[in-house]
Design a protein around this ligand. Structure first.
Ligand code: ADP
Ligand code: GLC
Length: 481
């Protein structure tokens, strides 16, 4: 049976991206084609989006949509089919989709993303006859009101699914927002959109969607605990029967070391001979000493508390004592940016830091670093360790969320199926211990090569996950009354 799905996301690769959500929203629809699922993706019309869907068709228009003129456009970017909510008063702002140039949330984010949910629900209710979805799939809080609008419409509606990519962002707004976004007052209730006296878009989605997924089985369990549940553990436990974890994949065409246009030396699992050339290029790019034999540790990350990189800062002396080098690409918290930059200035031959967003450098790090460190305090799934597996950079990760589910520690794999190293609890001590373990294994060339090859033969594609999503969609088609 062919199924039609409207995917609703606030970012989508390759058009607009701040993190892994965009990668997922951009790659999953393509993988679903092979499963007989037809996906269109609804995104806000930020300048990065409206600029690339040039020849779009105008599907709907309104003179007054949440305080200004609005249009719904439809167009394609590569193989992605996009509905774009073009409402310049809400989205015609360059840069980060959520933050002002000063780095704080846009004050009208509540209205901006309520509008996204509203249109998603309208499409769900059949406003665009050419595409009436069987399922509306909302990603993270920015899309969380889509299931709520559908629920309170009181009309026959499609099935709804809410995917949690990160429960740390709840999309909370004052109660008076309700009056401006057209949800009924009755929705401000324990079993509605209310969250400790405010409106939470994430909570709305979790409460009112027919099914909830999150991006790894371990994170699906972690969010049932008070610590991981961000105040929503009770709700999630109540809804545990409708909650499942499906691991993310990566787009193995975008992330393919055999064809990657961003790297000087292409390679594959049968022939890693070109890998050292990538390491040398990476060292040159970051101004590191060109040691071929030093273990070069990579990091590609948002710099936020979640990612645990303050632990790595603390353990830089351990890393250097072991004769390793660091190549870090990241941006985010000003404090972490400054501290990593200062470390690089103090020891430029061994610590290379690029603060900013650079896709090409991300590929070069995956292709040239010996190991990739991800010491997250929590990690719903994590994508960089999946890319690392595919590129032969051995992942060294904390035992949380999707990191636990995607990396096999050398001590846990009696059958020689290990792909990396894991540590717990997430403390500087355990990280230091693991860096030392890693250093020992790195110098055993055969053992290291086994880790690399096991990683490179791991299936990190979307094939398996897409099948699981397709099965779920099919179950949801006939669910609503
Ligand atoms: P999160 O979504 O929590 O940031 P993920 O690991 O799921 O973490 O996804 C991060 C994505 O963003 C990956 O595709 C990674 O390569 C990319 N990325 C993160 N930081 C940067 C950066 N500074 N430059 C380029 N790409 C980055
Ligand atoms: C979030 C999570 C990350 C996950 C990504 C895509 O940003 O922090 O762990 O991989 O979403 O699902």
């Amino acid at each position: 049976m062919s199924v039609r799905v409207l995917s609703v996301a606030s970012e989508v690769y390759p058009v607009i991206k701040t993190g892994g959500l965009a990668d997922v929203a951009g790659a999953l629809p393509l993988a679903l084609k092979a499963e007989g699922v037809e996906v269109r993706t609804l995104v806000p019309g930020y300048p990065d989006v409206t600029n690339v869907i040039g020849t779009a068709e105008v599907v709907l228009q309104w003179p007054d949509f949440f305080g200004g003129a609005g249009r719904l456009l439809f167009g394609a970017v590569g193989e992605l089919e996009l509905f774009v909510l073009d409402a310049p008063h809400l989205y015609a702002r360059a840069g980060n989709p959520y933050l002002t140039p000063e780095g704080v949330d846009w004050p009208d984010n509540g209205v901006r993303f309520a509008a996204l949910g509203r249109i998603a629900a309208d499409i769900g209710l059949g406003t665009v006859p050419a595409f009436v979805p069987d399922v509306v799939h909302a990603h993270d809080w920015q899309a969380g009101l889509a299931p709520a609008y559908l629920h309170y419409s009181g009309r026959p509606r499609p099935g709804t699914m809410m995917t949690v990519h990160n429960l740390a962002y709840l999309g909370r707004f004052p109660q008076d927002l309700l009056g401006r976004i057209g949800l009924p007052w009755e929705s401000f209730a324990l079993h509605g959109v209310e969250y400790y006296g405010q409106v939470s878009f994430m909570k709305a989605g979790l409460q009112l969607a027919d099914h909830i997924t999150t991006v790894s089985p371990t994170y699906a369990k972690e969010i049932l605990d008070e610590e991981g549940g961000m105040g929503l553990a009770g709700l999630l436990r109540e809804r545990a029967g409708a909650l499942s974890g499906i691991l993310n994949g990566i787009d193995i065409r975008v992330w393919n070391p055999a064809t990657d246009p961003h790297i000087p030396g292409r390679f594959n699992a049968r022939d890693l001979a070109a890998r050292p050339a990538n390491k040398a290029a990476l060292q040159r790019r970051l101004g590191l000493e060109p040691f071929p034999d030093a273990c070069l540790v990579g990091v590609i990350s948002r710099l936020s508390w979640q990612k645990g990189l303050d632990l790595l800062l603390e353990e830089l002396p351990t890393l250097l004592d072991e004769g390793m080098q660091l190549a870090l690409l990241g941006s985010g918290d000003a404090d972490l940016q400054e501290r990593f930059s200062a470390a690089a200035n103090a020891d430029p031959e061994r610590i290379g830091v690029f603060i900013g967003y650079d896709e090409s450098l991300a590929h070069l790090i995956q292709a040239g670093a010996d190991a990739l460190v991800v010491p997250s305090r929590f990690e719903p799934c994590g994508l960089t360790q999946l890319c690392a597996l595919r590129y032969g950079a051995v992942p060294v990760v904390s035992r949380v969320g999707g990191l636990e589910d995607t990396v096999v520690d050398i001590d846990d794999a009696a059958d020689g199926a290990a792909t990396g190293l894991k540590f717990a609890p997430v403390t500087p001590d355990r990280l230091a211990h693991t860096l030392r373990r890693m250093s020992t294994i790195f110098h055993d060339k055969a053992a290291w090569r086994r880790l690399q090859l096991n990683g490179m033969s791991t299936d990190v594609s979307w094939r398996g996950p897409a099948k699981q999503y397709a099965d779920l969609y099919r179950r949801l088609v006939h669910l609503p009354a």
